[in-house]
Structures are given as C-alpha cells and as structure tokens.
Design a protein around this ligand. Structure first.
Ligand SMILES: [Zn+2]
Length: 321
C-alpha cells in the first residue's frame, strides 16, 4: 500500500472513531435526558383551587393586612398602638389556635407560641415569620397600602408577601387542623418578629428564650422562596422554591501600620497604599462559584419539567457543568 493511501485509511479510521465516540456521548446524553423525570407530580395550577374574594380566609388575611405594623429604625417613631392590636386581632380570628397554644411575648410585641405535640420529648419544629412591614412614605401606590383592596383577583397591601402571607397561612392551617382534631407528632413553635425589617432584637431574644428553656429545634423554617409562577428554565407549572441556604456576607477589619513621613517623599509602603493593596487582593479572590447538591437537585427538578434542550443540558452536568 502507498504511504498516501495508508495515511488516508488511518485518517478515515480516526474520524470514524471520533465520530462513534461522539455518537456514544450523544446517546448517553439522550438516554439521561429521557430518564429525567420530576420526583413529584405537578401541583394544581395557581388559582385553580385558590381562595377568592369573599372567602373567609381572605377576609381574615385582609384584616391582618389592614393593621399598619410599620417598624422604623428609630423605635420612638414606631406607632405602638398598631402593634398592640396585633395579638388581640389574631386571637379573635383564630380562637382555637390560641386556646391550644401557649403564648409568650418577646420584647413586648414579638410572638413565640408553642403548639404542643403528641410527644414533646422530640425536638420541635420552629416556623418563623415577621409581622412588621417597611414604611410606605415617599412611595407611590396605586391602591391604599393598608386598604387590602382586591383588584382583579389580587390583594394590594404592604406586607401581603413580606410576610403576613406566612402568618395567615400558618394560622389558617393550625386553626383548620385543630378543628379537625389533629395534634402534631412533635411540638411546633411559631415565632413572629415585630422588628425584623429593622434588625431588631426579637429574633435574637427568642433564640435566647428557647435556649434558656433547653429547647433545641429539629427544623427551623423562615421566610424566603415562594410558589413561583414565573419559573426559570421555561417551566410552565408553578414551583414552590424552598431555600436551604442564603447568600451571606463577611465583615473584615483591616489595619495597616507604617511609618509616618512627609507627603513630598511618599514611600512604597505607606499605610493607605498597603490598605489599597489588601482591598485589591481581597477583591481579586472572590468566592469560587460551585454547584451544590441542593442546586443540582433544584436544577434537575426544574429541567425535568422543561423542554428537551434543558433536559439534555441539566441531566448531563457531568459534561455541561
Ligand atoms: Zn421579610
């Protein structure tokens, strides 16, 4: 055989091998995408079985929204009369829950409640929310922020999402379950801060209270996430986004020491320059982004409800990461 022909044959074989390797990778990706299935069946579309104006639960929710529990950085400016109405209103709206639960007030207007379970020896679940809201002054609202009007099937009110909806959901659920004779298997604690928006002390003091009483939560659920209708990756069904982590922050104090001197003869190691170098160094080394187990699982859950292209990408993170 001619050298040229041998080259051609070898080249052809290499192309064939590369082609079939690609084919294998493609087949693996396709099989993995085909196998990608949601781990749970889809829920009902939003609104299908939802509450409507005139429902009792909506009326109760509106009552909560109409109390302007506005927290302010300067505690002197807080209108305490509204906060004083909060617990009496809850008590009137949810009598069974208040009869079944022990109530402890934290810092006067913070709420810590224990719903006794069948076996209080188990570590409890803590469900958290906050009933204070941020001010509305200087903002333009199409509807009264404390009117809780229903317009085109939507409630307009400050705090409807952040987080009186959690409070309404908690008390509606508890009231309904207690009426049906349900007792939770372990204690459920409910905590609501009156000063979350201003980083007030209620949450810290509630933690101290629980610690003092030797109570160690098994699980703590706080605000965050939502049943999102406008979901990423082209998902058409509403998805309850459960947050299991939160972006945090780091505070650093940097001190630079250097000899003093005259501005006419600046040195390489004067203190401001050292500080600038440190800042530059820190900025040049940010945290390394990564896929955590929870993020992988979220993406897989979303992609399994999405188009073939998304399923191909997210079922094959070994290749597409
Ligand atoms: Zn909030």
């Amino acid at each position: 055989m001619h050298a040229k022909t041998i080259c051609k044959v070898l080249g052809g074989a290499a192309a064939l091998a590369a082609g079939s390797a690609l084919g294998v990778v493609g087949a693996v990706c396709a099989v993995r995408a085909a196998k990608m299935k949601p781990s749970r069946p889809d829920g009902a579309p939003l609104g299908a079985n939802g509450y409507h104006a005139g429902d009792d639960a909506v009326g109760r929710f509106q009552e909560l929204l109409r109390i302007p529990t506005v927290s302010r950085d300067d505690p002197v400016l807080v209108d305490r009369r509204h906060f004083a109405r909060w617990v009496p209103t809850l008590r009137r709206l949810y009598p069974l829950t208040f009869a079944a639960c022990e109530l402890h007030m934290i810092d006067e207007f913070g709420i810590l409640m224990r719903w006794p379970g069948v076996n209080s020896a188990f570590d409890p679940i803590v469900m958290m929310a906050h009933h204070d809201v941020v001010p509305v002054e200087g903002q333009v609202w199409e509807h009264d922020p404390f009117g809780a009007e229903i317009v085109d099937g939507e409630i307009w009110a400050r705090g409807s999402l952040d987080t009186k909806c959690i409070i309404g959901a908690f008390f509606e659920a508890a009231e309904h379950l207690i009426r049906s004779g349900y007792t939770p298997p372990r204690d459920v604690w409910y905590f609501s801060s009156n000063a979350e928006e201003t980083s007030g002390p209620a949450a810290r003091d509630a933690v101290a209270w629980l610690r003092d009483h030797d109570i160690h939560p098994y699980l703590v659920l706080d605000e965050g996430g939502a049943v999102a209708g406008d979901t990423p990756l082209g998902v058409k069904v509403p998805v309850a986004m459960v947050g299991v982590s939160e972006k945090g922050h780091v505070d650093l104090t940097v001190t630079a020491h250097a000899d003093g001197g005259h501005a006419s003869t600046p040195t390489d190691i004067d203190a401001p320059r050292l500080l600038a170098r440190v800042c530059e160094h820190i900025a040049a080394h940010p945290g390394i982004p990564c896929f955590t187990e929870a993020l992988d699982a979220t993406l897989a859950e979303l992609a399994s409800r999405s188009s073939l292209l998304y399923r191909l990408v997210f079922s094959n993170l070994w290749l597409t990461r």
